[in-house]
Design a protein around this ligand. Structure first.
Ligand code: FES
Length: 113
């Protein structure tokens, strides 16, 4: 496991997702001053959750409206039945770091400032 810089705070927008082009892609969310990171790909299909609708600590998939808890990755309603992976987040100054496996870290090329 490794802590990897993925983006700056300034690249995120409150109540919207920011997609990290890793493999697998990861979505970072900024909600009420807290940051959360989950798999970007919906567990029901191939939709990108970073483009979803954020309501509190949940994101709603734009394709079929499954909702996921940003804190736990839990699938909150059908049609999703599988949770998504969450990733620990820390912020140092203006830089957002994710704790990811070495294999994911290898796919994150550089911090986009
Ligand atoms: S692809 Fe997300 S709910 Fe179907």
């Amino acid at each position: 496991m490794a802590w990897v810089p993925v983006c700056s705070v300034g690249q995120t927008t409150p109540d919207e997702g920011y997609k990290i082009e890793s493999e697998p892609p990861i979505a970072v969310f900024h909600v009420d001053g807290e940051f959360y990171a989950i798999d970007d790909t919906c567990s029901h299909g191939l939709s990108s959750l970073s483009g979803g609708y954020v309501d509190g600590c949940e994101v709603e998939c734009v394709w079929h409206m499954a909702r996921f808890d940003l804190r736990t990755g839990r699938a909150m309603c059908l049609p999703a039945t599988k949770d998504v992976q969450t990733y620990p987040v820390k912020v140092d100054g203006d830089t957002i770091y994710l704790e990811v496996s070495d294999s994911i870290a290898a796919t994150i090329s550089e911090v986009k400032r």
